[in-house]
Design a protein around this ligand. Structure first.
Ligand code: NOJ
Length: 512
């Protein structure tokens, strides 16, 4: 079933939980998380209030970029289990009224992918044009970086991210060299069909949609994104025909483009002009009690995106992800409570990065694991309880995929579930309030009233209007003219004759 915006209905009330499969829950004592481990924890996620999950890539891979270097799109990496385990995970999730989206990496593969092996051959074959190659080893694809000198084929192959991730060929928007193929040439069209086959395979297996990696990167020399948008529109048409309830979420960061391409939702992230980092991850983040940060530029960029995309799809702001510092690296627990009040009261589906709900910390000083580099500290194994390896795995500690936070006071899920005053309990209540009030859900409209300390906005839907007051600063403040019924308070708030007094480091949802 879909909404008027042609979006799967479940997305309108979805709260996602992002799972980095390596680090979530290890059920076979090899030190690395697995799919059965995720299935085992579905009740934990559901109890928190999340009804959807995004799993980072879990396909066969040499793991030079933690699985974002896919070797075989059709097979679950043996370290995580089997395709049958994945199918069971889908069906266990569905039984709990949850949805699962997989990570689709359409822009590049691993060098060990069979397509690339064939493509490296001097003799022409079915995969010769599957990647972006120049026609001489001495010519590099301008501005793209390349792999060269490792094949019999006389050419350089463009890369899409790390230098071991060859770029799949979807063509050039405006080809200006012989080796640059137009988007509708047979090679690029075959790549596009191969992508549809992969999507078809996992959607038939029970998956509910995809988070698409670097979705804006596919067509080359495409400055305004027109070619890539057209490509995704074609994929949207295929989905509308065959899988109308599949959800598509893009890592693009330019919602006006991605939604035009047919995505239902786009992330605002730490890159591009979103000013996302101003809020949580900079020397003076807006969500700090010091009250020296600013949300102004973020809000102004958000408003611009919102105006361009309103009615066409959703924009979403995640708590973090596997590419960014943990929230807890720059915010203390009370600051995170206020940050979650914001994240869980904005339009678009919220995404909670595993462990952020308990304030897991960034683990400092780690050696890079599987292409993580500075990101490794945000990818450490989940802390479930106070047992061995924090309940993540029964393997020897030195076998764990990434070393865990070793501080004696590291947060854990079991303790926080038992404590009404914990961050996790706060997050759980905030999700419940969101779910219970149409104005707060993904589709409710937003109007900003003030963008300083406090930040004030109103959300409306189905005849309900809720004013949200977010005050990260330690100083309390009077918000004039806003008075009504308190639906939820983080910290403290009080109704006054002429408005609402919001406490320092507090947030309030006021039904008008
Ligand atoms: C974005 C992913 O989130 C990141 O982890 C990965 O390294 C790059 N894309 C390349 O696929």
């Amino acid at each position: 079933m879909s909404t008027t915006e042609n979006r799967p209905e479940w997305l309108d009330n979805a709260v996602f939980y992002e799972i980095y499969p390596q680090s979530f829950n290890d059920t076979n004592a090899d030190g690395i998380g697995d799919l059965n481990g995720i299935t085992e924890k579905l009740d934990y996620i559901r109890e928190l209030g999340c009804n959807a999950i995004w799993i980072n890539p879990c396909f066969k891979s040499p793991f030079g970029d933690a699985g974002y270097d896919v070797e075989d799109y059709y097979t679950i990496a043996p370290r995580y289990g089997t395709n049958e385990d994945m199918i069971r995970l889908f069906s266990e999730a569905h039984k709990r009224d949850m949805h699962v989206i997989l990570d689709l990496v359409p822009g590049h593969t691993a060098v060990t992918h069979e397509w690339f092996r064939q493509s490296m051959k001097a003799q022409r074959n079915e995969f010769t044009d599957r990647y972006v190659w120049t026609d001489s080893i001495w010519e590099e694809p301008q501005g793209m970086g390349c792999i060269r000198g490792i094949s019999d084929r006389d050419g350089s192959c463009a890369v899409n991210f790390f230098s071991h991730q060859p770029a799949l060929n979807y063509g050039f928007y405006k080809p200006d060299r012989d080796w640059q193929q137009p988007m509708d040439a047979p090679g690029p069209m075959a790549t596009r069909e191969a992508l549809k086959d992969i999507m078809r395979f996992w959607l038939c297996a029970g998956c509910d949609g995809f988070r698409v990696d670097m979705a804006g990167s596919l067509v080359k020399h495409d400055e305004d994104g027109k070619g890539t948008i057209a490509l995704w529109q074609d994929i949207r048409a295929f989905l509308d025909r065959e899988f109308p309830s599949a959800a598509m979420v893009s890592e693009w960061g330019e919602p006006d483009k991605s939604l035009l391409g047919g995505f239902h939702m786009d992330f605002l992230l730490h890159f591009g002009p979103s000013h996302y980092n101003d809020l949580f991850r900079c020397p003076e983040p807006y969500f700090s009690k010091r009250g020296k940060g600013s949300a102004k530029e973020f809000i102004s960029a958000y408003k611009e995106n919102y105006a361009k995309t309103n009615g066409k799809g959703l924009i979403c702001i995640p708590s973090g992800n596997h590419d960014m510092d943990r929230l807890a690296r720059s915010l203390d627990t009370d600051e995170m409570r206020v940050a979650f009040a914001f994240l869980l009261s904005m339009p678009g589906a919220p995404f909670i990065y595993y462990g952020d709900e308990i304030g897991m910390r960034y683990v400092e000083g780690l050696t890079s694991v599987e292409g993580g580099y500075g990101r490794t500290g945000s990818r450490s194994p989940m802390q479930w309880d106070k047992g061995l390896n924090a309940g993540f795995s029964s393997a020897r500690a030195d076998m764990l995929y990434i070393p865990q936070d070793s501080s004696p006071d590291r947060p854990d899920a079991a303790s926080q579930c038992a404590d009404d005053n914990s961050l996790r309990s706060e997050v759980k209540r905030l999700i419940a309030v969101r779910m219970a009030n149409p104005a707060l859900r993904s589709n409710g409209s937003i109007e900003f009233i003030s963008d300083g300390y406090p930040l004030v906005y109103s959300r409306s839907a189905e005849g309900q209007t809720i004013a949200v007051i977010i005050n990260p600063s330690a100083e309390s403040a009077l918000v004039p003219d806003i008075r009504g019924k308190f639906l939820y308070i983080v910290g403290s708030a009080e109704a006054k004759e002429n408005g609402t007094r919001i406490g320092g480091c507090s947030a309030a949802f006021v039904e008008l």
